[in-house]
Design a protein around this ligand. Sequence first.
Ligand SMILES: [Zn+2]
Length: 140
Amino acid sequence: MPPFDVPHFACGCGLSGCLDTVGAARGIERLHRLLHGADLASTAIVAAWESGDGAAAQTVDLYVELVAQPLALVINIVGPDIIPVGGGMGNAPVLIARLDAAVRARILRRIDRPLVVPAQLTVDAGLIGAASLGFSEGLA
Ligand SMILES: [Zn+2]
């Protein structure tokens, strides 16, 4: 895919252009809207890509390009052994495998196993983490 001018989308943190604005499930929806003018749920975009849809493939190509490079930079600096992907994207294992391959091609270490993987708790990770913190702090 040729270079594409992606605007700095407003982020929920109050800044703009954060990786989360394109890397999360809403992010791939923003990218699809930007490229194709179509409002589709992230699950529909991923399903269309998996069934060979060309427009969805362009969106996924841009998504992987935008997310893999900064993720590889963080991995090179921090050196984690695993990058669990939670939230809505945690339910897209084929897309995560594609992202994992792109990330591992860009990092300094050579790793012959998946590094970017679906989180075990997928969409409930934040909720379970908050509950766990509450229990450990004696709040419940
Ligand atoms: Zn932000």
